[in-house]
Design a protein around this ligand. Structure first.
Ligand code: ZN
Length: 242
C-alpha cells in the first residue's frame, strides 16, 4: 500500500487542498492524518470536513484537544490561545464530535502513527533531537513511527548498535532491520524556513519514504487570517516558514 501522510494542517485550507490534490495525482491508496487539523488558521470547519472525507485514519493533535477543552492552554503562546478561542466557535457540532472520537496513536501494517511521541502520546513531548528520540523507539510497533507536532521534518534512525543518528536526506528506503522516527513536517504552518506545504508518501511494501514540498496560494490564506481578526503574526509567519 502507498500511503499519503499529512500533519499539522492548522486550518490552512489552501495548503490542505493543494496537498490532497498532489496525493491524488500521485495515486496513493490511502491518506492518513497525524493531527492538529485546527488552530492558528482561518478555515477550521472546512479543514475538518476535508480531512473527514479524505483521511482514512486520523490521529488527535494537541490543538484539536485544546479546542475541545481537553488540555490546559495556559502554556500556549498568546497567538495559539487567541486562535483556540476563535476556533471553538467556528466548528459545527459534528466536527467537534469527530475531533472527540480521534485516537492518540495507531498502528497500521508495519508502522505507527502519533502526533507527538509514541512513548507518551498524551504528554505532547517534542522529538527534536537524538536525545528526545532515544527513549521512544521501544514504543514503536513496526519499522517506523511517523510523527508531527514540531512542524520541522526530521528522520532519526536507530542503528544496529542501538545508537540513534539523524539522516540528512528526505528520500530513502527504510531498512527492515533498523527502526525510524520520522517527522513529516507541517501542511499548513511549516517551521523549517521552507514555507511550502510539507507532506509525505510511504510505500509499506518497498519501505520507500519521500518527504514532498508544494507551493500553495499562501496570499489567499494570509488575507483570510487578517479578515477574520486572527493575529497578523499568524499570517506573516507563513511567508518565512518559521
Ligand atoms: Zn501543530
Amino acid at each position: 500500500m502507498r500511503y499519503g501522510l499529512i500533519s499539522d494542517i492548522h486550518a490552512n485550507l489552501e495548503a490542505l487542498e493543494t496537498v490532497l490534490s498532489e496525493l491524488e495525482k500521485a495515486g496513493v491508496d490511502a491518506v492518513f492524518c497525524l493531527g492538529d487539523i485546527v488552530g492558528y488558521g482561518p478555515d477550521p470547519e472546512k479543514c475538518v470536513e476535508l480531512v473527514r472525507t479524505n483521511s482514512k485514519l486520523t490521529i488527535a493533535g494537541n490543538h484539536d484537544h485544546a479546542i475541545l477543552g481537553m488540555i490546559d492552554t495556559r502554556y500556549f503562546n498568546d497567538y495559539a490561545k487567541k486562535s483556540v478561542e476563535w476556533t471553538k466557535v467556528q466548528l459545527s457540532q459534528s466536527s467537534i464530535d469527530f475531533l472527540h472520537g480521534l485516537p492518540l496513536i495507531a498502528k497500521e501494517e508495519n508502522f505507527t502513527i502519533v502526533h507527538a511521541s509514541p512513548a507518551r502520546p498524551e504528554a505532547w513531548n517534542y522529538i527534536l533531537s537524538v536525545d528526545d528520540a532515544s527513549d521512544n523507539f521501544t514504543f514503536i510497533q513496526g519499522i517506523t513511527c511517523f510523527v508531527g507536532h514540531s512542524h520541522v521534518p526530521i528522520i532519526l534512525e536507530k542503528n544496529y548498535d542501538e545508537t540513534v543518528s539523524i539522516i540528512r536526506k528526505f528520500e530513502l528506503e527504510l531498512l527492515q532491520d533498523k527502526q525510524y522516527i520520522i517527522n513529516i513536517g507541517s501542511v499548513g504552518q511549516p517551521r523549517d524556513l521552507d514555507p511550502r506545504a510539507a507532506y509525505a508518501i510511504f510505500d509499506s511494501e518497498t519501505c520507500e519514504f519521500g518527504l514532498k514540498r508544494v507551493r500553495y496560494d499562501m496570499s489567499k490564506t494570509q488575507k483570510k487570517i487578517i479578515e477574520r481578526g486572527l493575529p497578523a503574526y499568524l499570517a506573516e509567519r507563513l511567508s518565512t516558514g518559521q
